[in-house]
Design a protein around this ligand. Structure first.
Ligand code: GUN
Ligand code: ZN
Length: 641
């Protein structure tokens, strides 16, 4: 069973429980060669790996190995108690064109030798083959998948998505695989893309597969065992990886880093401090005998892979995975190309993007403008109701903007910052994620300029009159220039601000429902709004760290005026009492919810007759909480008294 703990982008950090053993995802399975292992399994275990992958077909084909595996089981054969996954011989199919075992025989064999996660004998169709071949082989893979899914078994089973480089076939394959109830969804046929650095094509393959795989099962990206791709593939929602590269590269005298691979001869320094690199200089490594060098290189390579996997997990936890991916994209233009592919899938990615994160939004170049958080911001600008106001545009400056300029938006003037990162930042919402917590650069590049012009021009159309600060002349805004900011000086507008925040965070009309006639209480320490009252009743608090509006029970009652199922998570009758007592709402008890709900959004928990039970924070997006059978969907905050 798979459970999400933290999310960032379309990536997830979670726990995959395999027959009582737990893997922390994203997880990397080191590939073990049952015949020739450079790194002892015990050594791999000591580095912190509690799952490995080996090849059942190699064992099956070797009479002695097969006998031992059948007698003693795979764990004893390998000397490993953790999770053992085995591949099926599909890779040999790809290499040699045929294998001498039937699809059901090899699945049965994996189960018989006590494997924890087996794989079907899918047909790994290479990239760019003719459409007919790709389709024919895919149909065969799906037929085998159906057969395998029917076999009774003790192990978990992975079904593989094929379809070559055809988006439509990948989607068809994913729909087919998703319908069969596998425990793991694998994406296959991508090794040549990895080898040829065709990361843009790899991105498309993953995106189209993910589109139809659903969310509830862990996704294994077969054969993507190099750290340059871990952050990227994780961002797109891959959870499991396997690496033979650590050993294959070592044999070739190649040294793996998250920035790329070096030939040992090229290295003057070892840019790493793992136990191998701490104890040896580059020159010493080069001078070693082949066997020892291979051993040490394999160890370094595997540590290097593990380090990047841990970095990815940390990035998901803190919400900096996009930043990590953008950094990695600078390691090779092919990765940058892949990053640019994501721009075309903004809507798909936005649905899974959390609404707030622990870490700040760091601008790292023009690609940052294509992040879902930016597209979302621009869409949500239109959710803010400012009928009849005039637009006032000011240049970017030190945050908080309203303090630097000593002004606020009023009924008449809707004051905004012309932002090189978000286009337009209304002062009403400046204190909310990702606007407060963002760092940009002062020198604009050409793309930012074009971006600002486009966003501002579009936004300005909503207003009868536009005033812009004279220093923004370079943006070519239609309107009236001014140079005296003080004419707009204004200190109130707290209801406007509250309503804009609610509209922006919870959707059109939320401001009216929650904050009509609201009064604000300010924090003496920060000078920011801390609590909001309507008719003397506390309806919401504002979280200091990210300006998120946290409704009280009274506030939640007001939000329920919004048409069903807006802002709601509906729990099944059997979980009603738990929710009412302020306990976590588990995903398996969620029967319905606001389809627009995003992870980290504040929600109202109701029962099936729309009666208010509690409030809380959604940890999953709408589609995820409806699909998952495991894990927490809503972390409780207030309960109805
Ligand atoms: N290893 C590398 N690629 C593949 C693939 O497409 N399918 C399977 N089963 N294993 C692989
Ligand atoms: Zn090292």
């Amino acid at each position: 069973m798979f459970e999400i703990k933290y999310k960032d982008g379309a990536g997830r950090a979670g726990v995959f429980e395999v027959r009582g053993k737990k893997l922390e995802t994203p997880y990397l399975f080191p590939v073990i060669n049952p015949k020739r292992q450079v790194l002892d399994v015990k050594e791999i275990e000591r580095l912190g790996f509690n799952g490995i992958i080996t090849n059942s077909y190699i064992i099956y084909r070797d009479t002695a190995l097969r006998q031992r595996a059948l007698e003693r089981g795979i764990h004893a054969l390998l000397g490993f108690d953790g999770v053992v996954m085995t591949d099926s011989g599909s890779f040999q199919l790809y290499q040699y064109g045929s294998v001498e075992v039937s699809p059901s025989e090899i699945v049965r064999f994996q189960d018989e030798i006590g494997v924890d996660i087996g794989v079907i004998l899918d047909i790994p169709t290479p990239p760019d083959v003719g459409y007919e071949r790709a389709e024919r082989e895919l149909e065969e893979t799906l037929t085998r998948a159906k057969e395998a899914a029917r076999l009774s078994r003790k192990m978990l089973l992975a079904g593989t998505v094929q379809g070559s480089t055809y988006a439509e076939l990948r989607e068809r394959a994913a729909s087919g695989i998703a319908a069969l109830g596998f425990d793991v969804h694998a994406i296959g046929g991508v090794v040549p893309l990895m080898e040829e650095y065709r990361f843009a094509d790899l991105a498309r393959v993953i995106l189209h597969s993910k589109l139809k795989l659903g969310h509830a099962k862990p996704v294994h990206l077969f054969g993507a065992g190099h750290p340059v791709i871990f952050a990227f593939a994780s961002l797109l929602g891959c959870d499991l990886f396997d690496s033979a590269s650590y050993a294959l590269y070592a044999r070739d005298g190649r040294y793996i880093t998250a920035r790329g691979t070096y030939k040992l001869e090229e290295l003057h320094e070892l840019p790493c401090s793992c136990e191998v690199c701490a104890e040896h200089s580059a020159r010493e490594l080069k001078g070693l005998e082949a066997e020892e060098r291979e051993h040490l290189l394999a160890k370094h390579n595997l540590i290097s892979c593990l380090e990047e996997i841990k970095r990815v997990r940390q990035a998901i936890y803190e919400g900096s995975l996009w930043e990590l991916v953008e950094q990695r994209a600078r390691a090779h233009p092919a990765l940058l190309e892949a990053l640019r592919v994501l721009k075309g899938y903004s809507a798909q990615l936005e649905r899974l993007e959390p609404v707030t994160k622990r870490s700040a939004f760091f601008y790292s170049g023009m690609e940052s403008l294509s992040r879902p958080a930016v597209a979302r911001h621009i869409e949500r600008l239109s959710w803010i109701e400012r009928r009849g106001a005039e637009l006032v545009l000011l240049p970017d400056c030190e945050k908080p903007y309203s303090r630097t300029y000593r002004l606020a938006s009023s009924e008449r003037y809707h004051v905004c910052i012309a932002s090189p990162v978000f286009g337009v930042i209304p002062l009403e919402i400046e204190e909310t994620y990702p606007l407060t917590q963002h760092e940009g650069v002062a020198t604009l590049d050409r793309e930012q300029l074009a971006f600002m012009r486009r966003v501002i021009a579009e936004y300005a159309q909503r207003f009868t009159k536009v005033h812009y600060h004279i220093s923004l002349e370079f943006l070519g805004i239609e309107g009236e220039a001014f140079d005296e900011v003080s004419q707009f000086r204004f200190a109130g507008g707290e209801e406007l601000k509250l309503r804009a925040l609610a509209d922006y965070q919870l959707g059109k009309g939320a401001g009216e429902a929650l904050f009509a006639g609201a009064r604000a209480e300010y924090s003496r320490r920060t000078g920011r709004i801390r609590r909001a009252f309507v008719d003397g009743e506390l309806v919401a608090t504002l979280r200091a760290s990210d300006g998120i509006v946290v409704p009280t029970i009274a506030g939640a009652e007001r939000l329920l005026r919004l048409r069903y199922p807006r802002c709601r998570v509906v729990v099944a009758e059997e979980a009603r009492q738990f929710a009412k007592e302020g306990k976590s709402v588990f995903a398996k008890f969620v029967v319905d919810c606001d389809p627009e709900l995003k992870a980290m959004q504040e929600v109202v928990v109701v029962d099936e007759s729309d009666e208010l039970l509690a409030t809380g924070t959604a940890l999953l997006s709408a589609e995820e909480m409806l699909e998952f059978e495991r894990g927490i969907a809503v972390k409780p905050r207030h309960r109805r008294r």
